[in-house]
Write a protein that binds this ligand. Structure first.
Ligand code: MG
Length: 253
């Protein structure tokens, strides 16, 4: 199932992708979720960020190829940080470059969407707490990250967390191809087989620290190939079985 949140005819709701259509569902995927009668053509709806989380937890270094790229040793536990929910935008929304940064990078990532309340999940059962998986662009003001020595400001600007287009519930998250394109040119191409910490370890480790709530998002880190974006660029994060998250980039006049 590929779950979306969308607006059509002045109303926002959840639905499920079926071919070129979105089938309306009642309720939410975190509780009663029932197929409705209405069906919309995909091109007649506006897809929104597929989830409204209480928090976004992100993993700092989780691909072997990216660790090599940045010359960092393989970590023995995941480095975690937050992105604020105010940074979320949906498919086709613009990433706004902040005037106080001179280098803003894309980071294509697979994100876990939590299905039910989760605390101290053992890795062996952690996958039961995942509703599904989506694409997230962990947009980063690289110059500010270096200057600050910690990621809070660099990762937190409004529009720095594009999410979508859907939550795929049936993929194998530790073995999918993940690619990022800048203006149609492939810049990141890897496979989640390269994860240092697979999805079940990530959920287990994060839930040792904090209670995860339905809808919470954990972004699992980016592969090699990070790089800057400029005003007018188009960036796409593609993951097999999920789809393509597309966003434009602009600076405000
Ligand atoms: Mg990242």
């Amino acid at each position: 199932m590929r779950i979306v949140r969308f607006s059509a005819a002045g109303k926002t709701r959840y639905g499920v992708l079926e071919g070129h259509h979105v089938v309306e569902y009642s309720g939410t995927p975190f509780g009663p979720f029932k197929r409705g009668r209405r069906k919309f053509l995909l091109k007649q709806v506006v897809l929104l960020a597929p989830v409204v989380p209480s928090k976004i937890v992100a993993i700092g270094l989780n691909y072997r190829d990216h660790a090599e790229e940045v010359g960092m040793p393989i970590p023995d536990e995941p480095y975690i940080f937050f992105k604020p929910v105010s940074a979320i935008v949906g498919p086709e929304d613009s990433i706004i470059l902040p005037p106080i940064s001179t280098r803003v990078d894309y980071e294509g990532e697979l994100a876990i969407v939590i299905k039910k309340r989760c605390r101290n999940a053992p890795a062996s059962r952690a996958r039961e707490y995942a509703l599904g998986y989506t694409c997230l662009n962990d947009v980063t003001a690289r110059d500010l990250q270096r200057k600050d020595g910690q990621p809070c400001r660099a990762k937190a600007f409004d529009t720095f967390a594009p999410i979508g287009p859907c939550i795929a519930t049936d993929i194998e998250p530790n073995a999918v191809q993940i690619e990022t394109y800048l203006n149609g040119e492939c810049r990141q191409a890897s496979n989640t087989k390269m994860f240092i910490f697979p999805v079940e370890d990530v959920i287990a480790r994060v839930s040792q620290v904090m209670t995860l709530l339905p809808g919470d998002v954990i972004s699992t880190g980016t592969p090699a190939g990070i790089g800057p974006m400029r005003s007018g660029d188009r960036v796409e994060v593609r993951i097999d079985g999920i789809g393509t998250l597309k966003n434009g980039v602009m600076s405000l006049p």
